[in-house]
Design a protein around this ligand. Structure first.
Ligand code: APR
Length: 229
């Protein structure tokens, strides 16, 4: 049986596509205090600003392309069952052809009712005050903000528990519950961690840290895994 490969990605995998990471920029996200644009309190205080911020992020997404790291995952899935768990809200995994992608923190191209988290819609253009869901409530970005529950974490934990190989790419492993997923791995599962600034992670598993950019480190690891298969 072929090993089941699970890949946890963060902002670093999209960095070479031109999307800035979060914590490399002094706690500012595109010149905004993160709490201003990514918290329920920020939304309550200034919904116009929050909508404008995500409208810009959605526009920016149209100008960027998947990079060699996203493409390497497409190659890997031709040889192994592969599941991606991403903290990213961009769609670069999908556009590169990655098939099984779970978005832990939501998606830029989706919006939802402010009142009912299950009323979710595809949305590729600007979102404005007055754009309403079927229940009459204001639509908001389908993004998990700080302090909000992460509904997809249960599914992500299940997927992680079934991994035979676990690859972490471009995440500071600072934000929970995502960073806690490694705790669900069987202890014999080989873990690879690709990140130029990778810190130690405290797990009993065999761990190989690759301090390289995703666009070079991941294609090389993918070739190695395919060769060994
Ligand atoms: N290749 C690989 N890794 C990179 C690259 C690159 N080219 N460039 C930067 N990195 C690494 C950084 O070294 C850092 O460890 O990517 C990581 C990015 O970390 P963060 O900015 O903390 O992003 P992430 O871990 O995805 O943040 C998690 O926090 O702000 C919230 O909800 C948001 O999903 C996000 C979550």
């Amino acid at each position: 049986m072929k090993p089941n490969i699970v890949i946890l990605t963060g902002a670093g995998i999209s960095q070479e596509s031109g999307i800035p990471t979060f914590r490399d920029s002094n706690g500012l996200w595109e010149n905004h205090d993160i709490m201003e644009v990514a918290s329920p309190e920020g939304w309550e205080r200034n919904p116009e600003l929050v909508l404008k911020f995500y409208n810009l992020r959605r526009k920016q997404l149209k100008d960027v392309q998947p990079n060699e790291a996203h493409k390497a995952i497409t190659k890997l899935q031709e040889h192994f069952p592969v599941q991606v768990i991403t903290q990213n809200v961009d769609d670069l995994h999908e556009r590169a052809g990655n098939k099984n992608v779970l978005h832990l923190h939501g998606e830029l191209y989706k919006v939802r009712s402010e009142k009912n988290p299950d009323l979710i819609y595809e949305w590729h253009d600007d979102l404005h005050i007055g754009d309403l869901a079927e229940d009459g409530a204001q639509l908001r970005p389908h993004i998990v903000w700080f302090g909000e529950p992460v509904p997809m974490i249960t599914k992500a934990a299940e997927l992680t528990a079934n991994a035979d190989i676990f690859i972490i790419v471009g995440t500071s492993m600072l934000v929970y519950p995502a960073a806690g997923l490694v705790g669900y791995l069987r202890s014999d599962v080989q873990v690879y961690y690709i990140d130029p600034n990778a810190k130690e992670i405290n797990i009993p598993n065999p761990l190989t840290v690759i301090r390289e950019k995703a666009g070079t480190g991941l294609p090389r690891l993918v070739d190695k895994l395919i060769e060994q298969a």
